[in-house]
Design a protein around this ligand. Structure first.
Ligand SMILES: C[S@@+](CC[C@H](N)C(=O)[O-])C[C@H]1O[C@@H](n2cnc3c(N)ncnc32)[C@H](O)[C@@H]1O
Length: 407
């Protein structure tokens, strides 16, 4: 592959369109992917309480959903729909995504537990399915994004909008891709989220902002004007005719239409909303986005949900939501977060038979081939045939134990 991304970009977009097209053509196949419900999560245990009627009057189609698995497959299943899942094509009013930037460090999100730090890594099968994802750096990252953004457009309603959270690493390329998929004229705002956080350099200005690209799906997009404080010069009252003025501890201000530069604190170490997920975004950020771009009956989606901030805020604002994440820890943290905030019942789903299909399409011929790879990832050493009378697979030196079976 040539090194020039500018040269590569049209090819990346073409390949991504082809991939998305293939997926869209396949959604009516008999062997289409379906969502499998692992659990109906009841955050409130009181069966006679608040949710009683909601459960009685609901079917799987109307519950909020947390989907474990690759979002390409999750979106494919959502577009296709099945007897338990209504097709979501054209039904979602707001999609917010905060995809990992193209570095392995971001992809393997760090999670802090009380006594240790762990890195979230995709399951072994997923590591193989995605082993090429970052092979060519930014180009591979963009390659991953294009078909996903196309499927997101399919899911958006006519009144819908998409917010894509990016930073200086890849933001300029993503903007070109968004212009291509959603149309240059549909860019509504380039929002700057500025924050304070540790870490500066003596070699450059402190990098303390992210960018959020806000595109509408059509000119009928939902937009509720939000207001913000604008302090008067000298914090004194102006006393203009027909202008309402207010006062707080800083001084006098008026309310103006919100600007596109947002200063919102990161989730701090001692913040009550912190769930110890490395890339967790503040609820205040999502609150603005959801309030501006949804109505009360809107469905909000986040297909790279991480710790579930989007769903947590959508839930608090009484909106419906769909979230997905490729990482099991992310899904578990999101599930717990929603339970802790006593959210309405929701489905925890995964993509039916997807791991099996990934295995069948993989380069492994037998389960023994696969188990060798898995054990290798854990640092185990294969036995040679002599001295392996019990047919054990490998030995793991650190715990001096033989391994005969993989669960
Ligand atoms: C930057 S984090 C999102 C953080 C989130 N906004 C929050 O507030 O916690 C990106 C997430 O995308 C997930 N992810 C990466 N590739 C994915 C894929 N193909 N499908 C679904 N999730 C994916 C990662 O597991 C990670 O949790």
């Amino acid at each position: 592959m040539s090194n020039s991304l500018i040269e590569e970009l049209p090819k990346i977009i073409k390949r991504g369109r082809k991939e998305a097209q293939k997926i869209l053509e396949g959604i009516s196949d008999e062997k289409k992917l379906t969502l499998q419900t692992n659990e109906l999560v009841f955050p409130s245990k009181d069966e006679f309480g608040f949710f009683k009627d909601e459960i009685k009057n609901s079917n799987e189609k109307s519950f909020n959903k947390l989907i474990y698995g690759d979002n390409l497959l999750a979106m494919q299943a959502l577009i296709a729909g099945d007897e338990n899942t209504q097709s979501m094509r054209g039904k979602i009013d707001l999609i917010y995504i905060d995809p990992p930037f193209d570095s392995k460090a971001d992809y393997r999100t760090k999670i802090e537990l009380p006594d240790k730090k762990i890195e979230q890594r995709p399951a072994v099968i997923e590591q193989f399915a995605y082993k090429d994802t970052w092979k060519n750096g930014t180009a591979s990252y963009l390659e991953m994004m294009v078909p996903r953004l196309i499927l997101m457009k399919e899911l958006l309603s006519e009144n819908g909008s998409i917010y894509v959270h990016i930073d200086w690493h890849v933001g300029h390329y993503i903007k070109l891709i968004m212009d291509e998929i959603f149309g240059k004229n549909n860019l509504v705002n380039e929002i700057i989220w500025s924050y304070k956080s540790g870490g500066t350099s003596d070699k450059y200005f402190a990098r303390k902002h992210d960018t959020i690209l806000f595109y509408k799906n059509s000119s009928n997009y939902i937009f509720n004007v939000l207001k913000e404080k604008s302090y008067n010069r000298g914090f004194k009252p102006y006393n203009f005719k027909n202008v309402d003025e207010y006062q707080d501890e800083l001084g006098w201000y008026t309310l103006v239409n919100m600007k596109d530069v947002w200063s919102i604190d990161m989730v701090g170490r001692t913040s009550r909303e912190r769930v110890n997920y490395g890339t967790q975004k503040p609820e205040a950020l999502l609150k603005r986005i959801i309030e501006a771009s949804t109505n009360e009956d809107s469905i909000v989606a986040d297909f790279f949900c991480g710790s579930g901030t989007t769903g947590a805020v959508a839930e608090k604002l009484g909106r419906k939501w769909i979230m997905s994440d490729l990482g099991k820890p992310a899904c578990m943290i999101t599930r717990k977060r929603l339970v802790d905030q006593d959210s309405r019942p929701f489905l925890y789903q995964s993509i039916g038979d997807y791991q099996k299909e990934q295995y069948e399409q993989s380069e492994f011929k037998t389960i023994r081939d696969l188990s060798h790879v898995i054990m290798h990832l854990y640092g185990a050493i294969p036995f040679n045939d002599d001295g392996n009378s019990n047919n054990n697979l490998m030995q793991y030196n650190q715990i001096k134990q033989t391994i005969s079976k993989i669960q």
